[in-house]
Design a protein around this ligand. Structure first.
Ligand code: ADP
Length: 164
């Protein structure tokens, strides 16, 4: 049976840390759905369409055998997994600071659906301090983000913040 996983997140925007996780996961699973939360509660900087387009372009080069797909979703992550026919939820673990929240989520999701297992992957140490929020903050002040995000994201952030 093919091993199907979802990688849920807000991806506002996708960073090299997210891409590192997708690359690693693509060596383990047969099919990965990158599932993008609409997440109106978080008031994302980018629309769902913009976030999906940036992900599409940023992961096009990943050819490790796994089929990659991108979907928008609302609601429960376990429900999204069920609809995708996935038995695994992939999450990235960067540091101890991620651990408590991620553990809580993983155990809650397991309670909601015993058939879905959360698998944590650690990114390359270069990306352990990286998150979408800090990238947006640096970009908003015109800082160099070229080593944190792919070129398409760099370009879109410049446009958002109307920087030259
Ligand atoms: P969420 O709102 O669900 O936390 P994010 O887009 O911030 O969505 O993150 C999605 C997943 O990617 C989470 O598991 C998060 O820990 C992981 N992640 C975010 N940034 C990185 C990074 N730099 N390296 C590895 N994993 C990361």
């Amino acid at each position: 049976m093919p091993k199907v996983a979802i990688y849920p997140g807000t991806f506002d925007p996708i960073t090299n840390g997210h891409i590192d996780i997708i690359e690693r996961a693509s060596r383990i699973f047969d099919k990965i759905y990158v599932t993008v939360a609409r997440n109106p509660a978080k008031v994302p900087l980018f629309t769902i369409e913009e976030r999906i387009e940036m992900i599409r372009e940023s992961i096009a080069h990943i050819q490790n055998g796994a089929e990659l797909d991108i979907l928008a979703f609302d609601g429960l992550v376990v429900e999204c997994a069920r609809q995708c026919g996935a038995s695994v939820i992939i999450r990235g673990l960067r540091a101890i600071s991620d651990f408590e929240y991620e553990l809580q989520m993983a155990l809650m999701n397991r309670r909601l659906n015993e058939g879905v297992t959360t698998v944590f992957l650690m990114p390359h140490e270069n990306y352990t301090y990286l998150n979408s929020t800090i990238v947006k903050e640096v970009a908003s002040f015109g800082g160099d983000i070229s080593t944190f995000v792919p070129p398409i994201v760099q370009q879109r952030l410049k446009e958002k913040f109307q920087l030259k």
